[in-house]
Design a protein around this ligand. Structure first.
Ligand code: GLU
Length: 354
């Protein structure tokens, strides 16, 4: 689960999106993208890898008059980290960014495909924008289509959606993944954690599960069909304090966040009690006789935990090697073996050499 930003009616809107994504970089990601309604027209830019790759592409565009924009850093749960799978996902006239996982996407995708709606990506997220546009056809208002969409999807999500049909609106919804909204005069900013919002105001609305709505000239906030009250909370005073999320030290925070991190990185990786790697062809695993894990320091110790778990569950013998030693040896590596290298800062050079 990675990062989301959004903005309406601020000067240098595109810069805010990129700077906001920069603030969320520390959470890790595999690709990034932005979607902007510029002079009434939807423009989407995406890139795999570092944010700088996206920035280079965005800089080449002549922005005219951006009214609303959304941005995303992706940590893939469904589908490889490719440009097509990066967010925002687009339909004919709208685009969406999403953190989390849509559990019933396969069923919804099949139903939409039966209606001749085709999909471009392998993600669970694309179903959101396809559903929105599908419901839009029969709906009286955009909000009706959006509400139907979020009532149909199941899972965990923070969602922002913009549409050429309503170029002054940003739709939002939250369930299970964080989303924060800040209003400053006639401007509105969204982010999935508070760092991108620091400096823009003193308090923000920390959306609650089940809340959804849209911003135009004001905030329209609902829970189900009922209007919901705003829950303002003060923003942390500095970016560092925001990143520490209330803990005194980063180390303390990292210790306490381990269960959440484990949960997040396993999102989309377990189906019917089995670990899945959709980005790897099934034949890859056939005839696998042994595994060597090469790493240094903390990664070496992570490798030892890996050995324990892999041998226990997959029943494949695993050797864990210290990379700085292995590179000077002449190890005998099995032809049908799998060689895994784990990088980290510090002795990564040795790991790369092996
Ligand atoms: N499930 C979505 C995907 O794989 C969102 C991942 C995220 O939260 O970054 O694209």
């Amino acid at each position: 689960m990675c990062g989301i930003v959004g903005a309406k009616n601020i000067p240098n809107l595109v810069d805010y999106l990129l700077e906001g994504l920069r603030e969320l970089e520390y959470r890790g990601y595999d690709s990034a993208g932005i979607g902007v309604i510029d002079n009434g027209q939807l423009k989407v830019v995406k890139a795999v890898g570092k944010l700088d790759n996206l920035v280079r592409k965005v800089m080449k565009i002549q922005w005219e008059d951006p009214s609303v924009g959304i941005g995303h850093t992706r940590w893939a749960t469904h589908g490889k980290p490719t440009e097509i799978n990066a967010h925002p996902h687009t339909g004919e006239f709208s685009c969406v960014v999403h953190n989390g996982i849509i559990e019933n996407y396969q069923k919804l995708k099949q139903e939409l495909e039966k209606e001749n709606i085709s999909f471009l990506s392998q993600t669970d997220t694309e179903v959101i924008v396809r559903l929105f546009e599908h419901f839009h056809d029969g709906a009286e208002t955009g909000e009706e289509a959006f509400y139907k969409t979020i009532s149909t999807i199941e899972g965990a999500y923070a969602i922002l959606l913009i549409s050429e049909k309503e170029p002054e609106r940003i739709y939002f919804a939250k369930k299970g993944s964080p989303l924060i909204l800040l209003q400053k005069d006639e401007s509105f900013l969204f982010a999935s954690s508070d760092t991108p919002l620091i400096g823009w105001g003193e308090k923000a609305i920390y959306l609650e599960d089940g809340e959804w709505g849209w911003v135009d000239t004001q905030i329209h906030l609902f829970k189900g069909k009922e209007k919901a009250p705003f829950h303002f909370r003060p923003l942390p005073p500095t970016r560092t304090s925001a990143q520490k999320e209330g803990y005194r030290f980063f180390m303390e925070k990292e210790i306490y966040e381990q269960p959440r991190v484990m949960e997040e990185f396993l999102l989309g990786r377990i189906e019917d009690d089995k670990v899945v790697f959709p980005e790897i062809e099934p034949e890859f695993w056939e005839g696998l006789s042994s595994i060597v894990i090469s790493a240094c320091g903390t990664s070496y110790h992570a490798g030892l935990v890996g050995k324990y778990l892999i041998e226990r569950y997959a029943k494949i013998p695993v050797d864990v090697e210290v990379a700085s030693e292995l590179r000077y040896r002449e190890p005998i590596i099995d032809k049908n073996g799998l060689f895994v290298v784990i990088s980290q800062s510090g002795e990564t050079a040795d790991t790369l050499e092996t």
